[in-house]
Write a protein that binds this ligand. Sequence first.
Ligand SMILES: Nc1ncnc2c1ncn2[C@@H]1O[C@H](COP(=O)(O)OP(=O)(O)OP(=O)(O)O)[C@@H](O)[C@H]1O
Ligand SMILES: *[C@@H]1O[C@H](CO)[C@@H](O)[C@H](O)[C@H]1NC(C)=O
Ligand SMILES: *[C@@H]1O[C@H](CO)[C@@H](O)[C@H](O)[C@H]1NC(C)=O
Ligand SMILES: *[C@@H]1O[C@H](CO)[C@@H](O)[C@H](O)[C@H]1NC(C)=O
Ligand SMILES: CC(=O)N[C@H]1CO[C@H](CO)[C@@H](O)[C@@H]1O
Ligand SMILES: [Mg+2]
Length: 419
Amino acid sequence: FCIGQKLNEGKTKQIFELVDQPGLVLVQSKDQITAGNAVRKDQMEGKAAIANKTTSCVFKLLQESGIKTAFVKQHSDTAFIATHCEMIPIEWVCRRVATGSFLKRNPGVKEGYRFTPLKMEMFFKDDANNDPQWSEEQLLESKFCLAGLTISQCEVDIMNRSTVAIFEILEKAWATQNCTLVDMKIEFGVNVKTQEIVLADVIDNDSWRLWPAGDRSQQKDKQVYRDLKEVTPEAMQMVKRNFEWVSERVKLLLEPQASGRVVVLMGSTSDMAHCEKIRKACTSYGIMCILRVTSAHKGPDETLRIKAEYEGDGVPTVFVAVAGRSNGLGPVMSGNTAYPVINCPPLTPDWGAQDVWSSLRMPSGLGCSTVLSPDAAAQFAAQIFGLTDHLVWCKLRASMLNTWVSLKLADKKLQACSL
Ligand SMILES: Nc1ncnc2c1ncn2[C@@H]1O[C@H](COP(=O)(O)OP(=O)(O)OP(=O)(O)O)[C@@H](O)[C@H]1O
Ligand SMILES: *[C@@H]1O[C@H](CO)[C@@H](O)[C@H](O)[C@H]1NC(C)=O
Ligand SMILES: *[C@@H]1O[C@H](CO)[C@@H](O)[C@H](O)[C@H]1NC(C)=O
Ligand SMILES: *[C@@H]1O[C@H](CO)[C@@H](O)[C@H](O)[C@H]1NC(C)=O
Ligand SMILES: CC(=O)N[C@H]1CO[C@H](CO)[C@@H](O)[C@@H]1O
Ligand SMILES: [Mg+2]
């Protein structure tokens, strides 16, 4: 592609149009351009590379989870391609632990106070007035219109909910590195082509506070820089080392912590279509899914042998039993394994109401569950793995947000039509 004219420029970034790629822009970090002498340039490049890694890993994690973001792909060490947005001039701040400016604005609250649910705040981006805190009413009354979209209650609610989901996803990911995400600030834009609200701008060293093992004294974010009593070369080295620590760890946020698998056992291949739906849904969560044919009525020895195969290699497994008519498969599995078993019987209209009881009424000592829809059975298996695998949990969390947003938008559309 070919870089077109400059659309916008701020303190740290330039935004360029992309010729022949309408709807996309190039977001170029200014670090390299402003660098004067060679020593300074070297220092800047180091920083830019760290910021590059942080932003691209964080956006990749969010994107793969299913969060709508403006990020498209990395272009170079200091630039990425993004969807062209008109930015909503609000900084959304989300806090888990009270610290920093919150303590000044809320005297009496001690540092370390934990917000459950998360505390949301918003600030109007207005350099001249030091980014004043705003209420929801102030935002509604300013009636911003961006890319043809008026920011009304629906849009405010979507941004508020999205900020919470994004925080929870990053919090869960950092927890795998024994790091507490203390607070975070983000911005949203309106995609000029689709009029969708998406997470935009960047998430970098300046966007959050991280405390390793919840310990403020070991904080690894820009606060170290703010707290420096004197800017000595040694101190600057320490700041840089902290950013490097973060940029090394940030890659690990994309690594699975534990990978499990789903084994679908079907009584006969006539249930294949039903089982393929389960496999497809598992794959969408990034969970490996294996299909096997076995009947607990006609070949119980084989059923137990297959069970032993998956118990024997130490990979955490959830079994899904798909058996029509009388479901012997799920209960036999459940009575003979410590792994979770989900019954997902393919019910038919004629006998379904009677057949389902073979999956529901169990002898004592059996803990299998029954989930009728194949998608929902896969979702339940994902929720089990999500307890230990943050990548799966993040996909479930984003999907919950996206469902909530679609309902909100469907209602908005219906109200607009009936006016
Ligand atoms: N995907 C995008 N599409 C269009 N504009 C964007 C996109 N991402 C960021 N921008 C805008 O690019 C401009 C330059 O960014 P920069 O961060 O350098 O600004 P800044 O000087 O920090 O000002 P601000 O206080 O608005 O962040 C900002 O107005 C920012 O909102
Ligand atoms: C910038 O990020 C991209 C994508 O993650 C990576 O390939 C590239 O090496 C990074 N550049 C530097 C200097 O780290
Ligand atoms: C975000 O939503 C919560 C819950 O509905 C609400 O209490 C809070 O005031 C909202 N925050 C902002 C900044 O709009
Ligand atoms: C996190 O802490 C636990 C318990 O202290 C430790 O076993 C584990 O290795 C740590 N993980 C990382 C990534 O530091
Ligand atoms: C202290 C420090 O180096 N902070 C940097 C964080 O990243 C922004 C740009 O993304 C730089 O402008 C800051 O200098
Ligand atoms: Mg900015």
